[in-house]
Design a binder for this molecule. Structure first.
Ligand code: ATP
Ligand code: MG
Length: 422
């Protein structure tokens, strides 16, 4: 029997892991500089959390969730996104008492039953950011600017920020009515799923790739904004200008989750094809209250790691490797190996990454392996060297070889590495 990774999932093999570590490392550094703290929530939650949070008529809830019953018949769902779980944890653990606003981020896999294609998987990873406890428009700008800065620091330079406002409970109903009025005469031209959306959730039609043409001259939300939403949106644009973030106003931009209010945004990478959004998010001022917490305005964003990786590849960004081998031992004979076994541990305890094999290999094979692993040094010890308590240290960059005493080996290597011979 032959097993394969499940459709829509991918193994991340050692060669690719270095890209992941690069992204995660940079993200952590930048986010912590902006005062964000990491949060890790469970991979699965009660199904209702997502149904209530994301909205029943959204694509995610209506067709993309991995939902199952556990042995006690409880309905659970593999998280399709990270905001609802973070909001649940925020309320459950009274995180409002730990700072207001509280700045959080997460990095982890999400699950959506979608048709796998370039930039679309069933298990994919997101870096998410959530700020809870402030409605100040500067936060919207801070998060957009920070994610842009991160993406640029990673090496992406064909990015575009697109923004819009989706209004609030006060002004949105009026807009929805206008949209229904505008779209109704085109009912027969709508795709099957948009026909269903027309009366229940007409704004979702704006997000449909099939019914794209119909929306071009449809009414737009920004013309229906109430005074508060208008002020907020003006504020966001002003703060983005202050931070020198270039953005494009996209009056038809909406998000696939119902909890958004006011600002919504996407960052697209122009090198990607159809799935070009590397990051998306917006404000969700009603969600905490919807989940039973105190009214708490909030803003969030999430970036798709696989899409960032494709964008980095398309742009040919050279990603440095974070894994390294400092020393490879080429030893011959069991007498030598017994002596070296504990020495290897001494090196590792000094933070020097070391590879040692118990199986015998010829010197030539050992050097080939050391090269493949891009080891900085090779230590060669045979019976002759052991009898004299010596070892041969080969510098793999210069090819230079010298004899050193076995007792001083750890110190010599550690000093060489410290002097920049990494
Ligand atoms: P799309 O319009 O591409 O379906 P979305 O609106 O469903 O995106 P969000 O829920 O806002 O996406 O998720 C944020 C980011 O996560 C997206 O911008 C994208 O980079 C990434 N993402 C979403 N779904 C997938 C997926 N199935 N596979 C890979 N990445 C994804
Ligand atoms: Mg989607």
């Amino acid at each position: 029997m032959e097993f394969k990774a499940v459709r829509g999932t991918k193994d991340i093999l050692p060669d690719t892991v270095k890209v992941w570590q690069y992204i995660e490392g940079k993200a952590k550094k930048i986010l912590e500089c902006y005062g964000y703290q990491e949060i890790r929530t469970p991979i699965f939650e009660e199904t209702n959390l997502f149904v209530r949070g994301i909205g029943e008529t959204t694509d995610i809830v209506s067709k993309e969730m991995y939902t199952f019953l556990d042995k006690k018949g409880r309905s659970l769902t593999l998280r399709p996104e990270g905001t609802a779980p973070v909001v649940r944890a925020y309320i459950e653990h009274r995180l409002d008492t730990r700072g207001s606003p509280i700045r959080l981020y997460y990095f982890g896999p999400m699950f959506r039953y979608e048709r796998p294609q370039a930039g679309r998987q069933r298990q994919f990873w997101q870096l998410g950011i959530e700020v809870l406890g402030t409605s100040h428009p500067s936060i919207d700008a801070e998060v957009i600017d920070m994610t842009m800065y991160l993406l640029q620091e990673l090496g992406l330079n064909e990015l575009e920020v697109q923004i819009n406002s989706v209004g609030c409970g006060v002004c949105r109903p009026r807009y929805k009515e206008a949209l229904i009025r505008y779209l109704s005469p085109f009912f027969k031209d709508l795709c099957k799923s948009c026909k269903e959306k027309l009366s229940r959730n007409p704004m979702r039609i704006l997000d449909c790739k099939v019914c794209f043409d119909l929306k071009i001259s449809s009414p737009v939300m920004i013309e229906f904004l109430c005074d508060r939403c208008k002020d907020h949106f003006e504020g966001v644009k002003e703060y983005l200008d202050m931070l020198e973030v270039t953005f494009i106003l996209k009056p038809h931009l909406v998000r696939g989750l119902d909890y958004y209010t006011n600002t919504c945004f996407e960052i697209i990478d122009k090198n990607l094809g159809a799935q070009d959004a590397v990051c998306a998010g917006g404000r969700y001022d009603g969600l905490v209250e919807e989940f039973g917490g105190k009214p708490t305005p909030a803003f969030g964003a999430s970036a798709g790691i696989e899409r960032i990786i494709v964008a980095l590849e398309k742009q040919g960004v050279d990603v440095p490797s974070s894994t390294k081998v400092d020393v490879y031992f080429a030893t011959i004979g069991s007498r030598v190996k017994k002596k070296v076994f504990s020495l290897v541990k001494d090196l590792r305890k000094k933070d020097i990454s070391t590879i040692f094999e118990w199986n015998d290999k010829s010197l030539k094979a050992s050097l080939r392996e050391a090269n493949r692993l891009r080891s900085r040094f090779v230590v060669i010890i045979g019976d002759t060297e052991l009898n004299r308590n010596q070892a041969i240290l080969k510098d793999m960059e210069t090819g230079e070889q010298k004899e050193i005493s076995l007792s001083g080996l750890v110190n010599v290597i550690s000093n060489l590495l410290r002097r920049g011979c990494k």
